[in-house]
Design a protein around this ligand. Sequence first.
Ligand code: PAF
Length: 283
Amino acid sequence: MIICRNSSEARAQVAQWKREGLTVGFVPTMGFLHAGHVSLMGLAAREADKVVVSIFVNPTQFGPNEDYASYPRDEEGDASKCRSAGVDLLFLPPVADIYPEGAETFVECTNLPEHLCGLRRPGHFRGVTTVVAKLFCLLAPDVAVFGSKDYQQLKVLEKMTRDLLMPIRIVPGPTVREEGGLAMSSRNKYLSPEQRHQALAISRALGEARRAVEAGENHAATLLAAMARTIETAGGRVDYVNIFHPETLEDLDVLDVLDGPAHAAVAAFFGPARLIDNLRLRE
Ligand code: PAF
């Protein structure tokens, strides 16, 4: 596995592979890799000849009171996971390569971020689209893989790629779960064993909502209240529970009934960790 800390070298290596007629699959990450990331690497390997993983804790997607400084980092452990997963190039750019001094250009999707996490984390998706656009410009992969746990991020990045006419195919990877159903996340590290157990309520709430819909429940208010109750009863603090259209992300009003495609998402705090998860309720 090539480890590259320099943007020009990473760009040159990927360009070389492409000249040789090889396709390149890309998995952008912020590191502290877990089995969810490893499954995205496996997916990239199935979709392309060479796999590139980037690790970059992107300052512009963190709010002033968020965990940028304390975001978990483990470069050695990450490199060994990438190596075992058969990654060809691990790209570890310094901040100054991605945000050269004086940089003042941002990439912003205007509509999809006006929902869900975008409302609670102003500027977050602008940071995500900016860094991913920069990485796409640098590496020009054929395919990029993003996890479905960050459902809104996936939709925003699909939209950005399409709107900016980038010739990159976005492939969603399924959410990988720990035993009991907790969606894998680097932020699960912040949970004590007790909080980790309590946080199982997130996936339980989503699963119960889907089963209720399958059994005929179609009132958004009932489903939303039940999800919030499940999380609060377990000791969590709900940031939001939402039911929305899976493509536009427009939320259903509490008075609405589900009569079309519907997706549910939850953000909740367990101890210091803000965790998110989502599930399709109705096709
Ligand atoms: O999902 C993440 O880890 C990040 O938001 C991403 C896509 C790597 C951009 O920094």
